[in-house]
Unconditional design. Sequence first.
Length: 461
Amino acid sequence: PPRWALLGALLIVLRIGVSSYWMNSYWGGCIAATGGALALGALPRMRRAPGWRTALTMAAGLAILANSRPVEGAFFGLAIAVMLLRGVALRRIVLPLALFLGLTGIFIGYYFARVTGKPWVAPYVLYRNSMTIAPHFVWQKPTAEPLYNNSVMRLFYVHREMANYLEARQSPLADLARKIGVYWRFYLGPLLTIPLLALWRERRARPLLLMAAIFALSLVGQVWHNAHYAAPATGLAILIVMLGMRRLRLWRRPFGLYVVRCLPTACAAMLLVQVVAGAEERSWRWPPPGNVERARVLRQLTASGGKHLVLVRYARAHDPGYEWVYNGADIDGSPVVWARELDRGGNVELLRYFAGRQVWLVEPDLPSPVLVPYRDAAPRPMPFVQLGAPGIAVLRDARDIGRRLREHGGDTPRSCDAWNFSFTAVTGVEGPEVLNGCFPGNDRAVPVSFEHWFEWLRMQR
């Protein structure tokens, strides 16, 4: 009946609503979900009455996937192709698909060339090759470590991502279980798993389950498992659930009917409970507190009018996954620009570039981050980065640093902590942790020569 069809539609809206935080975030899951829904929706129409209009709709969906999640989109397209090979007149769909997707390929190549200089190198690939060590797929090998100009970035790429990569390679079964758990919780959860139990007698669901299995192959080999990776199959997941609900409705009447009627209400109740009770910081169910705090600060600056530059100062034990520094594509034209606080020279250069803006400091790791005028903030040395780090002019020339340190403190042997103190006074950058092999034995107060300390300094990362 129409009223229960409306409740089924409500179920879909609630699922998308619960997922909206991640699916519509910077990661772009909503775009890929839209492309997958277009391609999937065109599939049965293509099988019934293939034609140009339907083929162009499918091609548009595949083009969106190629520009949003190309790897997962390719597997989703493969799953659709397997279904099309079953009794469809290919000559009526190949030409429109080839024409539209060919134009899409030309556009993508032009875009790549404008960003990376090469039409066959995607911006994401260039970024991974330039900034990261851990590969994206478990069968790939790590690359050489690049130079990083701030400690948070190095901590993220060298330690966190590499730990994820090694864990995925060394414990594949445990990693597979984690992947299944992430995608199951996001797209189904306990409530929407109930209709799946009735699918074993639903013959119409078998092609869809085959498509889901083909698509799942794109997720198994990846090191990471974020919910938006599976966004192309959002419509497929909803469709499978709806078929399960139709079958469940006929099971042991009226019990199955009552279960189906209760599911939308239960989904709405769960959403309400999550909103009222709040959520854990690492849950997908609601924005984590850090995102709310940044949004609050951004609203405050936007409401005040004018243009602003916010320098972000992280604590020593900052979680590198808790990021505040990201901007729109038109950085110079943005009313609020976010930047990491670096060394003294780098900060002066940044303030000179953005002259005319109000400059603020914010420390996200405080219990209640607040904006402080940068001129009134207490100075803090930049956390140590490797000598020669790009963009840090004061660390560019190791020989110049050595000369200035000798002028500042002479050649008399001192403790590693004392040499680090001179290094900070000269450069404005903290010295590295001296427990990392700087002094002989267990006495950190033992004097060491300048040559010994400086050679150790050059080895630190």
